[in-house]
Design a protein around this ligand. Sequence first.
Ligand code: HEC
Length: 159
Amino acid sequence: MKRLCIAALALASSACALADSAPSPIYGVTIPDGYRQWELVAPAQEADPLNELRVVLGNSAALKAYREGKLPFPDGTVLAKLAWKHEQSPEFKTASIPGAATTVQFMVKDSKKYASTGGWGFGRFINGKPADEAQHQTCFACHQALVKDRDYVFTKLAP
Ligand code: HEC
């Protein structure tokens, strides 16, 4: 994430604020501030060839809806999926650790703005930059084909 710094003239110091990422193609989704502090929904693991460890996090609207078992998710819900290469722990053979970060993805619920894609806007970011349009054309198709009846969301709240 880029830092925007604005010099405060009189004080000769600077005020810095976290700037949004460039928006994703098609949907215009940006990386939300503070998502690393969101609550855990569930971990996930992806087999070869991607071979990744993942976690899905949600903002407070997401977790409230999960806990109340409410579908569809309300407007304002944001889900994040963080992914890393799956590595073996150097200290303990059977333990797994996160390697290099691969992608960070978001689904943002706005039933009016994203009416044609089930109310969800999608964003995939690599090193803080949005992936290309071709990748964003795949998001809704897969989520729609497999989990339409769960408001297009795969991940369930981990017990
Ligand atoms: C080929 C199928 C497929 C495609 C394409 C796909 N996803 Fe997903 N997505 C999944 C699966 C499966 C999960 C469940 C978590 C996991 O296994 O990683 C998931 C989970 C997610 C989640 C967490 C919420 C949930 O539904 O569980 C987000 C956010 C997400 N995907 C965003 C995206 C974005 C953004 C794109 C397009 C750039 C995309 N996905 C494309 C299959 C897909």
